[in-house]
Design a protein around this ligand. Structure first.
Ligand code: NAP
Length: 279
């Protein structure tokens, strides 16, 4: 058995999925920024594991920088000969425009360029393991659009555009993965879920006490991810984008093959990936 890698598994939906997949007997490698939060999730995983020795130690990595993504990929490739599953789940939802250490708009860097590069670097290993790639997208992709003349959103940045665009990128990326790389790939919307994703927003801090009445649990958010992960890998799942374990509707832009191809070319350039898959 190989490992299942989940990014952004130090909290929220990724953490809930890591615990559930471990309980089901998978060997899950969790990553996130905070070593302390990773330790807490790791302890929960150990408490449900059928075999504690099959639970890999977490790896802390900051995926805002391309260097951080490369370091994480190196550690996975050095430590694990088989990668059955990569879940690109880590994301941010900033409330003001910020830039990554490489000078990219932060939502683009963490939510799209990091999964793009990580998947590129692990692609050979996933293919040789007959593995699959799942990406956590969102129904917010309908608010996204691309202006390639202002990819870093220097003008007219809004939180909704930044986040929506990055989630649209998740869907377009999944489309290209399936159409052009031979990787089994799918993505999904987890629902409106009570997590830390909005931690930056002053409005959400006020609304926090009421969240439990309207938002689902992280376990509910992880359900479709776990369901996709447990489906036999190999032939690609029939739909690209799911919600509640069902194929879900994608916006017109998310179905545009030319936009997907253009984003792919730009992402190869921005990440300095060089070739696909990386050797
Ligand atoms: N919650 C919702 O209602 C909802 C709806 C639709 C889609 N989603 C998607 O679900 C996924 C999981 O989000 P969540 O709601 O579970 O939020 P969350 O609890 O905030 O989890 C986000 C995860 O991403 C990690 N992360 C953030 N920045 C990172 C960086 N620079 N480098 C490495 N890891 C980083 C966080 O690590 P640290 O905590 O260590 O910083 C955390 O583990 C995201 O892709 C989000 O877009 C969520």
């Amino acid at each position: 058995m190989g490992i299942s890698v989940i990014t952004g598994a130090s909290s929220g939906i990724g953490a809930a999925a890591a615990v559930e997949l471990t309980r089901r007997g998978r060997s899950v490698l969790i990553t996130g920024r905070s070593p302390q939060k990773l330790r807490a999730v790791h302890e929960k995983m150990l408490s449900v594991a059928q075999q504690q020795s099959a639970v890999p130690s977490p790896i802390a990595a900051d995926l805002a920088s391309l260097g951080g993504v490369r370091e994480l990929a190196d550690r996975i490739l050095d430590g694990f000969p088989q990668v059955d599953l990569l879940v690109n789940n880590a994301a941010v939802q900033p409330s003001r425009r910020q830039e990554s250490p490489d000078g990219f708009e932060l939502g683009l860097a963490v939510n799209h360029l990091a999964p793009f590069l990580l998947t590129n670097l692990l692609a050979r290993r996933i293919l040789s393991s007959s593995g699959q790639v799942i990406t956590t997208a969102s129904s917010s992709h309908t608010k996204g659009r691309f202006d390639f003349a202002d990819l870093q959103l220097q003008r007219g940045w809004t939180g909704s555009l930044s986040y929506g665009r990055s989630k649209l990128a998740n869907i377009l990326f999944t489309r290209s993965l399936r159409d052009s790389t031979g990787l089994a790939a799918s993505c999904f919307h987890p629902g409106a879920i009570r997590t830390d994703i909005n931690r930056d927003s002053p409005f959400v801090r006020i609304a926090k006490p009421f969240e439990r009445f309207v938002l689902g649990t992280p376990e509910k958010g992880a359900d479709t991810m776990v369901w996709l992960a447990e489906r036999a890998s190999g032939p690609t799942p029939e739909a690209l984008y799911y919600a509640d374990r069902e194929p879900a509707e994608i916006s017109d832009l998310g179905r545009d093959p030319e936009l997907a191809a253009r984003l792919w070319a730009v992402s190869m350039e921005l990440t300095g990936a060089g070739e696909w898959p990386a050797s």
